[in-house]
Design a protein around this ligand. Structure first.
Ligand SMILES: [Mn+2]
Length: 227
């Protein structure tokens, strides 16, 4: 059985990520989608990136880009205000994980981050970091919606492509997946002492791990409604 598994915002939470991957054990039958925001806030962004780089050799891994990767890139490119902006929005912990020096960030980590994509879609689902405009094709979504806009206040309707959306970015402080049916929000606030979520989008099975290395498994309701 091949699986399609999305992983929510990791934010430097290496123990939770390792715990999840040990349980899921992705193989080359599986497609694993990272929803972005691998770095910042948590303390081990360096180890998270190294783990994701290695994941490429275990499965079909598709990393999306999140707003924190965008901030990091701008900071490294431009310095000055862009560096200040990144450091005050969680980048300080990323930089600390590299020993406090930008020069310590390995080339293969930068190269990994450069290869992250804006969106991904399968037959029945699509994946973006933050949000989407339901009437705009996925390839034409504006950056401010795709990478920055939260969904809690105004959740978008079903996209015109008829596919189920899987997103991160809007932290669910209760640690639970926010499920609108046509839209699943799986940033379950791992860096805030809640859970890191991996969702098998076809079956609705999900796994959650935390920074204490604890793991739980759950099941979203009413998957059959959409097929
Ligand atoms: Mn984000």
């Amino acid at each position: 059985m091949s699986r399609i598994i999305a992983i929510g915002d990791i934010h430097g939470c290496c123990t939770a990520l390792h715990t999840l991957l040990r349980e899921i054990r992705p193989t080359f039958q599986d497609t694993v989608i990272g929803l972005g925001d691998y770095v910042d806030r948590g303390m081990q962004s360096d180890e998270v990136i190294e783990t994701l780089v290695n994941l490429v050799s275990d499965c079909r891994f598709v990393p999306l880009i999140g707003n924190h990767e965008i901030m990091m890139f701008k900071a490294l490119q431009n310095g000055n205000e862009d560096m200040d902006f990144w450091l005050t929005h969680g980048g300080n912990s990323t930089l600390a994980s590299y020993g406090g020096r930008v020069q310590n960030i390995p080339q293969h980590h930068l190269s990994f981050l450069r290869h992250c994509v804006r969106f991904f879609e399968t037959d029945h689902h699509f994946f973006v970091h933050a949000n989407y405009d339901p009437d705009t094709p996925l390839g034409e979504q504006p950056d401010d919606i795709l990478f920055w806009q939260h969904v809690n206040a105004f959740p978008p309707g079903l996209h015109a492509n008829g596919k189920i959306a899987v997103v991160g970015h809007t932290p669910q402080q209760d640690g639970e997946i926010l499920d609108f049916g046509h839209l699943k929000v799986i940033d379950t606030y791992c860096y805030g002492d809640q859970w890191l979520t991996a969702l098998d989008v076809t079956t609705g099975t999900y796994w959650q791990a935390n920074n204490a290395g604890e793991l739980k498994v759950g099941q979203l309701d009413e998957q059959e409604e959409f097929y």
